[in-house]
Design a protein. Structure first.
Length: 217
């Protein structure tokens, strides 16, 4: 099991305007193509990014056994340990975020903050509900958010399509950035004329600006 200091860092060339702890989703590790690409894009936009792995994913990497995600309390304990570790070396405001499940855990940290308290959260593909079960929403903690949240969501994400999310009672602290024709990885269909690289870049632009950087678009 990695210690909290076992992180993958992506640093910008100059001084960062913010630091983001970026957690992976349920099925892919911290060095998955999506995580690596998004971290690089954010670093190019002035954000220092620290990636880590939850305990179950670290076991999967070490032992080669596919373990399911841990329960939320254990996931949050690991995230909090990383937050406390990174706080001592973060430059600029310290944000939390992640892909899918990792992003969901980031919003839970923001709804019940410990010490240090995150400045806010940035999520790529929030799992608003399990696929095919729109009635089972994951919104109960949203009224307790203590800081701003940006969710970059694909328009046709099976965990929360645009038309579904439009009917949810979302708090004022939450900002949605809709990614053109994107799925859960923000990838558009070929027939849409969209491009995943462009979608990822647009999401990184929006996220970096949301965390206090220059507005690219």
């Amino acid at each position: 099991m990695p210690e909290p200091s076992a992180l993958l860092w992506d640093h910008p060339e100059g001084a960062p305007h913010a630091t983001l702890i970026l957690a992976h989703g349920a099925g892919a590790p911290m060095d998955s193509p999506f995580m690596a690409r998004m971290a690089a894009l954010l670093a190019a936009r002035g954000v220092a990014v620290a990636r880590f792995e939850f305990d179950y994913m670290a076991r999967r990497r070490a032992e080669g056994v596919k373990a399911p995600p841990d329960r939320a309390p254990k996931l949050l304990a690991r995230f909090q340990a990383v937050l406390e570790d990174v706080a001592g070396r973060a430059q600029g405001p310290l944000w939390v975020g992640g892909k899918s499940m990792g992003g969901r855990m980031a919003t839970h940290l923001l709804a019940a903050p410990g010490t240090p308290a995150p400045a806010g959260a940035v999520v790529f593909g929030y799992p608003f509900h399990p696929p095919g079960k729109p009635e089972r929403t994951r919104l109960d903690h949203f009224p307790d958010l203590t800081g701003p949240v940006l969710i970059c969501q694909g328009e046709r994400d099976p965990f929360g399509k645009r038309e579904e999310v439009a009917g949810y009672p979302l708090p004022a602290a939450l900002t949605l950035h809709w990614v053109f024709d994107g799925d859960h990885d923000l990838k558009p269909r070929k027939r849409s004329g969209g491009d995943q690289d462009a979608n990822l870049a647009a999401a990184a632009d929006r996220a970096a600006a949301f965390m206090g950087g220059p507005v690219f678009r």
